[in-house]
Design a binder for this molecule. Structure first.
Ligand SMILES: C[S@@+](CC[C@H](N)C(=O)[O-])C[C@H]1O[C@@H](n2cnc3c(N)ncnc32)[C@H](O)[C@@H]1O
Length: 187
């Protein structure tokens, strides 16, 4: 599998107002994200889901929006200001080797990003200490780039790093699953 990073200008193709018709954030995330939570949007891009997460966690909650590309984060910041939720979104530019995060969160979203990461096992290893014991990780991968076998391989790699696949999620054009940290691996 090739690991291309989505060029930031290309993100306008899928992160546009019509996307809400395909990817209803409340339907996809609503069972896992609640007011007051602290959540992480990993590979947030221009922030389609970060803005929705900010609304779901509400005034008392917080969103960490993390991406490799500064251009994505700059667009996200402008959108967050326009949407009136900038006060609950903290952006962070990660490096390919290290997420550089120490926060503890209640929910992690990795939407259409895991296939862009060359070392997926390392990614799952880095995410584990960030998630509270009661928390969930939702990964969604684009069918166009990720075969059923590739997706299963990602889930197996996650399993090897102490994650338990607890549910499949219906997301248009995607293969998606929810994972938790296996009790045996909770520090
Ligand atoms: C296809 S875009 C999806 C963006 C967003 N999640 C969405 O659904 O609109 C993938 C994003 O993941 C980011 N990305 C890829 N590898 C990453 C990594 N190791 N750490 C953080 N972000 C990464 C890319 O820069 C890009 O913005």
């Amino acid at each position: 599998m090739k690991h291309h990073i989505c060029p930031w200008r290309l993100a306008y193709l899928f992160d546009n107002p019509l996307r809400r018709l395909l990817h209803n954030p409340k339907k996809i995330l609503g069972a896992y994200v609640h007011p007051g939570m602290t959540v992480l949007d990993l590979g947030c891009g221009m922030g389609f889901f970060s803005l929705a997460l900010a609304r779901l966690v509400g005034k008392e909650g917080a969103v960490f929006s993390v991406d490799l590309q500064e251009e994505m984060l700059q667009v996200l910041k402008k959108r967050a200001l326009r949407a009136g939720v900038a006060d609950r979104i903290q952006t962070h530019r990660s490096s390919p080797e290290d997420l550089g995060l120490t926060a503890r969160v209640d929910f992690i979203l990795a939407f259409w990003m895991v296939h862009e990461v060359p070392d997926r096992a390392k990614l799952f290893r880095q995410l584990k200490p960030l998630l509270r014991a009661s928390g969930h990780l939702l990964i969604a991968e684009p069918k166009i780039h990720v075969s059923a076998e590739d997706f299963q391989e990602a889930l197996d790699l996650a399993g090897g790093e102490g994650w338990r696949h607890i549910a499949d999620v219906r997301v248009r054009f995607s293969r998606a699953a929810v994972l938790r940290v296996s009790p045996l691996y909770i520090a």
